[in-house]
Unconditional design. Sequence first.
Length: 693
Amino acid sequence: MKRDLAIIALLAACIGLNGPSTGAESGPAQEKPHFTLLPFNTEGTTYMKAALCSSAVVGDFDGDGDDDVYLAAGGGTAMNGSWLFENITPAGTKGAPVAFGPRMRRGHCGAGIRCELADGTSAVVARNAVNYDFLRNPTAFKPLAPSLPNNLHFGKVRANFWRLKDFDGDGRDDIIVGVGDWREYTWENRYEPNGAWTNSAAHGYMYLVRNEGGGRGHEKWGTPQMLRIENGDPVEVFGNASPMLEDWDGDGDLDIISGDFRDNWTYFENIGTRTAPVYTSGRLLHGSDGQRLRSDLCMCRPSACDWDRDGRLDFLSGEEDGRLGFYRNTGRVEKGLPVFDPPVYVRAARDYVHFGILCTPWTVDWDGDGDLDIITGNSAGYVAFIENLSGPGVASPKWAEPKCLPCARGETEPITPLPGTYPIFEYEPFRILAGPNGSIQGPCEAAWGYTCLSAADWDGDGDIDVMLNNTWGKIILLRNVGTRTQPRLGAPEGVEVEWDGSQPELKWGWFQASKTPNAKEIVTQWRTTPVMHDMNGDGLMDLVMVDTEGYLAFFERFRRADGSLALKAPRRAFLNADTGKPMGVSGWSGNGTGKAGSSGRRKICFADWDGDGRLDLVMNSARVGGNAVLWLQSGSGDGTWSFRKVGDLTDDRLEWHSTSPCACDFDGDGVTDLLMGAEDGFFYHLRNPRSRK
């Protein structure tokens, strides 16, 4: 999941402060419509969230005596930048704050991390920049150490996490920097045939720069030194290091807790003194529930604070999906390790519908009440139900908070991980994870699942099922074993095809159909939408998706002699009208040439966009800064469908990694509109210019 945050920031600067503008429902033919954020339209709270990779600054921004939250994040869509959430918890409430108001835009400034200084004041530190007056002027950063390079590590770094701390108790603030060194890792296709990763891990190191001068304004920065443990090895975590130096075990010196690129928290105990620290090797923290303490997603940016004001240092941490987790310090130290509660995610007033990042919506009447709900996946591997509370025919419905769906536990699973690794499936709620080798891009993506889905009545029993692709590329069916009005997901199962011979296999990666429990079950390019749709109008639900070589393929449904349903081997039945050739659609370029980690990633839906009675094709854009590409159907016959590319539907910038479009008609006017999930986890609605309402 390669992210160049500098490019993300550049894209963010090109977007208006209030997101995509609201276009008129009809207008001049040359004008394109605009995507608008999908509002909850309901009161209550949901998870506090920014866009991507959030970092938080806690402080009394409004001077009313309680702690507010300033949350900053990157991303190439409307919700990047910085937001202030006012603490509206009733006075006298004990414990952590419980109520925050709606987000208030505070520009595009990256907030960095707040630090408590040796003189008892505080500052907010970004990469080689500091702001001593952040509460009143959050943009007033100045260079922290002009004599130092922005990168203290040798070679290119992926993370660059700066903070101030009096490291050695001499009353002067030193600099601590966490970095991520990925040079030996490389991202793609470095597996043995048995699934073992062959390359190095990603390295997360920490640097110390001592202040050899005086106090603020009189610093003299020494030579950067890599922090090391007692045997001389580096203080190291997997990938991006994000250290917090505090007295975590109550013995008077500063220990280290650090996040990493994945979802772990590692503890390095100081067995020296406050003035001469010596660190042990790192140990993973466990929560008060006895399980490994982990964030729900990855790339955490933590900051220590006494959030519940009980006299013990807790920490808050922003995650890749923009949420903010609260890790309560229980005050216990067990087996030499401080014990924290598992994260509780901070909530704020509802504004716009969101679900993680890289959300992949599909609209369908999930609960049989006559209106269109949303079923969606996301990068974390969940499947959620977002209920339409308004009933049919409402152009801007009221939405419930996303609810992650559970599923039944299977006796056998369609994916079998390597022996000794942690489970791939979780059930309450359902989640699929890459684990150490389920991503073609390696073990750094262990905490991702990338669920991409559609919802329809797959088995013809009158209720709605869910079919999804994921990081493994193994197609999973979650069959509805409940009823039309009370749906309930069964155990994960694969999707069989009657192949003509052996199933074609990917030209990369260790995970192939031949290595699965059932080689007839589809294994294809990752992170692509499996669309359930009756393409040929015979009353049977077919399957359309990307095949192993990146072409859009038609898996036709048929009925066997015994009455059971099956899928035929795929045909490349979707043609580019300008070339007459099958449509190669996968990969970053969208032309079918993507390989390994750059393959797949194509999200599609069918919709009659121009009202000519023929299904058109909409897919995510293949360019940075795009949104969704329209292909109009130009004809069909002999079991094929031809499409001609029109281009992006609007001029709005919603794409960095991947958007995910789906057809919708909330107002019931018979004209197909579009709902799109974006990388920032928010949903964007596009009214069709033909709309009559």
